[in-house]
Design a protein around this ligand. Structure first.
Ligand SMILES: *Cc1c(COP(=O)(O)O)cnc(C)c1O
Length: 375
């Protein structure tokens, strides 16, 4: 279902019906957990209360999806969807570079339920395709990936999956619905950690999946049993955040590109990973599949002691998570990928001197000054 309105318009108006009683412009917060059932059975854990619906309408409009579900975290969205689509004896093919939490969850949950998996490099499509088994039911990708910003060719993966009638899932968190819309490229299910760009102010946790009505209804029947729904107050904050998502992400795209060019020319930096740089191996594909921009995330290898550098930063805050209006930085080896073994990190190419920067909406020159003085 192609949404013909501009994202600037949809982010403000989709799902915003206002206040019918007093004529207020914004959606009221409906905290009720009990509703009169003579109209429709509304209930928070049925994922159908008004504030939940408003958020889904906006994100579905931005992602060109028919429907969606709003969860209390990104992991709730991802794991509930996997358990809804997979059963004992099934196999899932993951791309090798995964968000640390997803990697850890796969390792520690799936096999206990009799679900087998393979993690394979998706930048080598031949190798990736050869990992498909007769029991493969889901292919799961994430692009740009965390923390090395590797690019997977979404359209090519979707095409392979369709050949084998396999359901495709993408974690679209890093790109945000502004930069990349995987459903348009043939992906079945799009997941976001709304804790990141969608929330955007480092003050809430949520997750979302969007897909066709049919697929969402399938996931919903499992989601009702797992119960990872989001409360009305937070859903309202998410809706409010979505109204400025386009503006925030545009500024973050611009800042990240400026910083990537600065870091590339900085002799105290070893390597810069940003898909917007021409020398990035995934640049050509990223340019095609990320029409909105290359995103606000970048990583770099520093020559000196990373901890000393982090201590000297004054404006850029040392913190986990990402996608907020404020710039944050962390060392994946100590944060997102701390639970992986040294061998697993090495297999994914994550060095101890790698720093991951989530670029905020501040002035780029102030961020550059901060990095310069810390170097
Ligand atoms: C944060 C994140 C998640 C998990 O989301 P939570 O809201 O923390 O549960 C999943 N994927 C990516 C890429 C993330 O950055």
């Amino acid at each position: 279902m192609k949404n013909t309105k501009s994202k600037l318009t949809s982010s403000v108006h989709a799902g915003s019906v206002g206040d019918f009683v007093y004529g207020g412009l914004v959606n009221p917060i409906y905290p009720s957990s009990a509703y009169d059932y003579s109209v429709e059975v509304l209930y928070p854990r049925y994922y159908n209360t008004p504030n939940q619906t408003a958020v889904i309408k906006k994100i579905a409009a931005l992602e060109n999806a028919e429907d969606g579900l709003l969860f209390s975290s990104g992991m709730a969205a991802i794991m509930t969807s996997l358990f809804a689509l997979l059963k004992q004896g099934d196999h899932i093919l993951f791309q090798l570079d995964l968000y640390g939490g997803t990697h850890y969850a796969a390792l520690h949950e799936l096999k206990r339920y009799g679900i087998d998996y393979t993690m394979e490099d998706a930048s080598d499509l031949k190798k990736f395709k050869s990992a498909i088994r007769p029991t493969t039911k889901v292919i799961y990708i994430e692009t740009p990936s965390n923390p090395l910003l590797k690019i997977t060719d979404i359209k090519a993966v979707a095409k392979i999956a369709k050949e084998y009638k396999i359901t495709t899932i993408i974690d679209n968190t890093f790109a945000s619905p502004i930069n990349q819309n995987p459903i348009d490229l043939g992906i079945d299910l799009v997941a976001h950690s709304g804790t990141k760009y969608i929330g955007g102010h480092s003050d809430l946790s949520c997750g979302v999946v969007v897909a066709s009505k049919k697929m969402i209804s399938k996931i919903k029947s499992t989601a009702i049993n797992f119960g990872g729904s989001l409360n009305a107050q937070t859903a309202y904050l998410v809706e409010r955040s979505l109204k400025t998502l386009v503006l925030r992400v545009k500024q973050q795209n611009k800042n990240a590109l400026t910083l990537a060019h600065f870091l590339k020319n900085e002799p105290k930096i070893n390597a810069v990973y940003y898909p917007g740089l021409k020398e990035h191996p995934g640049h050509a594909i990223a340019k095609r599949q990320m029409p909105g921009g290359f995103g606000g995330m970048l990583s770099f290898d520093i020559k000196s002691d990373p901890e000393k550098f982090l201590k000297k930063l004054k404006l850029i805050r040392k913190a986990v998570s990402l996608g907020g209006v404020e710039s944050t930085i962390n060392q994946p080896v100590k944060t997102s990928h701390a639970k992986l073994s040294a061998e697993e990190r090495k297999a994914s190419g994550i060095s101890d001197k790698l720093l991951r920067l989530s670029v905020g909406i501040e002035a780029a020159e102030d961020l550059i000054h901060d990095i310069q003085q810390a170097l």
